[in-house]
Write a protein that binds this ligand. Structure first.
Ligand SMILES: Cc1cc2nc3c(=O)[nH]c(=O)nc-3n(C[C@H](O)[C@H](O)[C@H](O)COP(=O)(O)OP(=O)(O)OC[C@H]3O[C@@H](n4cnc5c(N)ncnc54)[C@H](O)[C@@H]3O)c2cc1C
Length: 393
């Protein structure tokens, strides 16, 4: 026996849940199928357990995509204020941490509960632990064969996410389905991910694991000023996660280790004030001590400040402001927050997320080739694209 719905959504993450709520509120009979044992697992683990659910400063410039214009329409129609209004309606306490990043005061569990309450109010049926065995199209709709039975609907929404954190239910299912229906899938790779170092680059830094400082990371014309953390495998922290989305192996990646002000002016000032102090001690007052000492051991010669000629100070300043970080790779999907690439936006409508190739087929959220910066931008894309499809089906 086949059960009929107006809409079937594959994937109970941020995008799928928002789409289900929006379509359900419009009176559509919605079935949401999730293969994991519960919905919203990434929401639960997000933002260190407090879910950075949106960012007040969302602009299309915060997203990577082969078509940077694609995200504009959906983002313009579902804004951070719309999601915040829902959070407030549910009495969830929240705060701005920094840079427009909005977090729950207590727990990301509240966001999942809120979305589930909204689904219940909109009569959305949710099936968890439901494995899909086959998806077929025909007769003006779709038939989904699952371990729990066969379901049919005129509209099918693919919201199965990307490849990051496979242990949380991530799968390549959405990409396979896209290809099955003739869609082009752009190459995928891990984004917002720690970088690894190898060989001498690793040896020189590995025992500094735990050292943290504010830097400016620069690669392929992008710059991020944020924290860097040395790890036992390489480097992490927001400045690295952000730039990792723009970095490919072999690309030139630079760090400005003194992003607050002019390094040369500081060195000259120190030379005038502390002529007898050695460079390593001067730098240890400006940078984390262990890092400053390592720098002087390997890359710079340390001697009393008065012995440096001005052109030497210029060179040291330039090294500190333009330090080449030679990364060997990334930690991959195991720890990546997002997947870059995905279903090509050229074959999707930017207002409804509907396929231009197959009527009634929609792709939303991370499975689409739209990836946000760190800081709540990825959830805002999930909400906005889910809302766009939910308003159209
Ligand atoms: C550790 C971590 C922390 C993060 N923190 C933040 C943050 O604070 N702020 C932010 O904006 N972004 C954050 N992100 C990114 C954000 O979680 C994702 O961008 C967002 O969840 C994407 O939403 P989605 O609905 O497209 O995909 P997902 O949330 O990944 O949901 C996809 C769902 O589909 C299900 N699924 C997959 N295959 C199938 C299948 N074959 N059948 C049925 N169901 C299937 C999955 O189990 C999953 O539930 C974080 C990511 C990680 C990994």
């Amino acid at each position: 026996m086949t059960e009929n719905f107006d809409v079937i959504i594959i994937g109970g993450g941020a995008a799928g849940l928002m789409c289900a709520i929006t379509a359900g509120q419009r009176g559509r009979r919605v079935l949401l199928i999730e293969h994991a044992n519960r919905v919203g697992k990434k929401i639960l683990m997000s933002g260190g357990g407090r879910c950075n659910f949106t960012n007040l400063g969302v602009t299309p410039g915060n997203y990577l995509s082969a078509n940077p214009h694609f995200c504009k329409s959906a983002l313009a129609r579902y804004k951070p204020a719309d999601f915040i209004a829902m959070v407030e309606r549910h009495g969830i306490a929240y705060h701005e941490k920094e840079l427009g990043q909005m977090f729950c005061d207590d727990s990301s569990k509240q966001i999942v509960s809120m979305l589930l309450d909204e689904c219940a109010a909109a009569n959305v049926r949710i099936e968890t632990s439901c494995t899909i065995t086959r998806v077929k199209s025909g007769d003006g709709g779709f038939r989904i064969e699952t371990a729990l039975g066969t379901f049919a609907a005129a509209a099918l929404v693919v919201a199965s996410g990307g490849l990051s954190i496979p242990s949380m239910g991530a799968s390549g299912f959405g990409y396979e389905l896209a290809r099955q229906f003739g869609h082009h899938v752009l190459p995928t790779r891990a984004g917002l991910v720690p970088l690894t170092l190898s060989g001498k680059h690793h040896e020189r830094l590995q025992d500094l694991s735990g050292v943290a400082l504010t830097v400016e990371s620069q690669c392929n014309g992008e710059t991020f000023r944020a924290g860097l953390l040395i790890t036992h495998r390489g480097v992490s922290g927001p400045a690295i996660l952000q730039i990792s989305s723009y970095w490919n192996p072999g690309d030139d990646l630079r760090l400005n280790l003194l992003p607050d002000g002019d390094a040369l002016a500081r060195l000259r000032e120190q030379q005038a004030e502390r002529p007898l102090a050695e460079l390593k001690n001067v730098l240890a007052d400006i940078l984390p001590r262990r890092l400053a000492l390592r720098f002087c051991e390997i890359w710079l010669t340390s001697k009393p400040m008065r012995q440096y000629r001005d052109n030497e100070l210029q060179q040291i300043a330039s090294q500190l402001e333009n330090w080449p970080l030679v990364a060997s790779g990334t930690e991959g999907y195991r720890t990546a927050e997002v997947t870059l690439g995905g279903v090509d936006t050229e074959e999707l409508s930017s207002s409804s997320m509907q396929s231009r190739l197959v009527a009634g087929l929609y792709f939303i959220g991370e499975v689409v080739d739209v990836t946000g910066h760190l800081g709540g931008y990825n959830f805002q894309w999930a909400w906005a694209s889910g809302h766009a499809a939910g308003s159209a089906i």
